[in-house]
Ligand binder design. Structure first.
Ligand SMILES: [Zn+2]
Length: 291
């Protein structure tokens, strides 16, 4: 086959997929700002979203906006030959075609646009609760005692994020902790995840293979998330999110912000000295907001 004679379609489709994924990420970041009642940066996000949307070819733009109207996830990855948007197994020929980037394909079931991601950290499924165990409620569905760090060692944002991500890897909730850290920092680069009340929600989306998972780290001294800003962050929730849980994640974010917008609840969390205390305080204080 002589590739020199015609342009490799992957060369045009691949950048297009990157643009669509970036645009979707910006829209989700905007929704996160909404969920945590952050007024600032909205204008900047809206401009970025508008600029990127206008750069799309008209047919793709129409398709993207049509998909997004139905659901915030317009473009989703394939994981284990399954569409991460609707969970349906895809015909193997379609999986190969998406991987080859010949054109932009849609899921045969949910019509979302598909892409084949590069190597990504994955949720390790054997850590999921066994069927025989009673169904856990509230925040216990997404976290565990082993993911509580009452005194983060890191005094800088990146170190604290790495500490939480590597704890998740060490406790066998995820693989490829180094990549997880890298992706969390890329997300911070779009817009840092610190919000009011000294809370921050660093996260990585598209970690497939299991459920949404949350680790919690406390810094009594406080960590600066935004260079040049004097606000200190004391309570850091590090979260990995499977694509299909992207919308649920926004609810979790709103619930946690609601709980810890109250000084009393924050003080109790920050006062915890052991992982056991932190776990008990977190589950108790979120009983009403995370159901
Ligand atoms: Zn689908």
């Amino acid at each position: 086959m002589n590739h020199a004679q015609k342009q490799d379609p992957a060369k045009t489709i691949h950048p297009l997929i990157n643009m669509l994924a970036q645009l979707q990420e910006l829209s989700l970041v905007r929704s996160e700002q909404d969920a945590t009642s952050q007024e600032n940066h909205m204008e900047q996000l809206d401009i970025s979203i508008k600029t990127l949307t206008e750069q799309l070819p008209i047919d793709i733009r129409t398709l993207f906006l049509k998909c997004q109207k139905k659901d915030p996830l317009a473009i989703v990855p394939i994981s284990n030959n399954v569409c991460c948007g609707c969970g349906l197994a895809l015909p193997i020929a379609l999986v190969y075609a998406v991987r080859a980037c010949e054109k932009l394909y849609q899921c045969t079931n949910c019509a979302r646009m598909l892409y084949y991601p590069e190597v990504r950290p994955r949720r390790v499924s054997h850590k999921q609760a066994r069927r025989s165990e009673p169904r856990r409620a509230g925040i216990a569905r997404f976290s565990s005692l082993s993911l509580m760090i009452p005194a983060l060692k890191g005094t800088e944002r990146d170190d604290a994020i790495a500490e939480l991500a590597l704890r998740m890897e060490h406790e066998k909730f995820v693989d490829n902790g180094a990549k997880l850290v890298e992706e969390a920092l890329q997300r911070e680069a779009i817009l840092n995840t610190a919000v009011d009340y000294g809370l921050a929600f660093p996260h990585v989306r598209g970690v497939e293979g299991g459920g949404l998972t949350l680790a919690l780290g406390i810094s009594r001294k406080g960590i600066n998330f935004e260079p040049g800003d004097k606000t200190l962050t004391h309570i850091i929730f590090f979260i990995v999110i499977p694509t299909a849980a992207s919308v649920f994640y926004l609810k979790l974010l709103a619930g946690l912000t609601q709980t810890f917008s109250k000084k009393d609840a924050r003080d109790k969390l920050i006062a915890c000295k052991t992982p056991e205390e932190l776990w008990a305080t977190l589950t108790k204080s979120t009983k009403q907001t995370i159901v």
